[in-house]
Design a protein around this ligand. Sequence first.
Ligand code: MN
Length: 250
Amino acid sequence: MEAIRATIRGDRREGKLRDAIIRRGQELPVAGWVRDAEDGTVLVHAEGAAAPVAALAAFLREQAGADQALEMTAVAAEGHEQFAVRGVSAGVFVVQEHQATAHHFDFRLQVGDAMRSWAVPKGPSLDPAVKRFAVQVEDHSLDHNSFEGPTSRGGVIVWDRGTYEQGGRVPWPEALERGHAVFVLHGEKLHGGFALQRTRSQTKPQWLLIKRRDDAARPGSDIAVDAPCSVLSGRTLGEVIAGERPSSGS
Ligand code: MN
């Protein structure tokens, strides 16, 4: 098993180079990922048997051309099962704070035309040392993502929302079926890599939601407590249930 990391700078082909590398990598085949960074920089991680990795390295040299900078180094293989584009949205996510019989946060990831859903009693955390218990519940429709308001037993606010990209070594959404899913959130409160790890498979499977260690990690913080307001209305769940207007701004 061989692995390389490559950076190609100054590309002006706006995604075409990334797509060409993916096509070549998949036909060889190698595993890993390709990512467009800002300013026409394309990052590549490729691994596999020596011959296809060498062939991809030759392809990258060819593609980089004379006026572009290519940096390439040998690295450790990471065990990827696919050669996929990173940095591209896999769908939307939403976190709804929900007062029902019990208070919890509903963490939802779009998979196809449904929102895969987990009830997280204490809510997500940006502290990588914290493992938040999450019970998988029935899928919800995308229509519900913007729901906010009082309900018969309490109420709901849109606590956070945004898009996410797949982040793991296993194809998405197969990673969810296998019980270990890594993804990157681009929300208003939640950012960076997260993992969902299934601990018990039952009618309502039990999982742990864990922040990965990266630049967006905030050790020692509890964002569910520190940032309580709706990203839609600026109101807290308590204000929504009481039918109050936002306490700030007016
Ligand atoms: Mn709920």
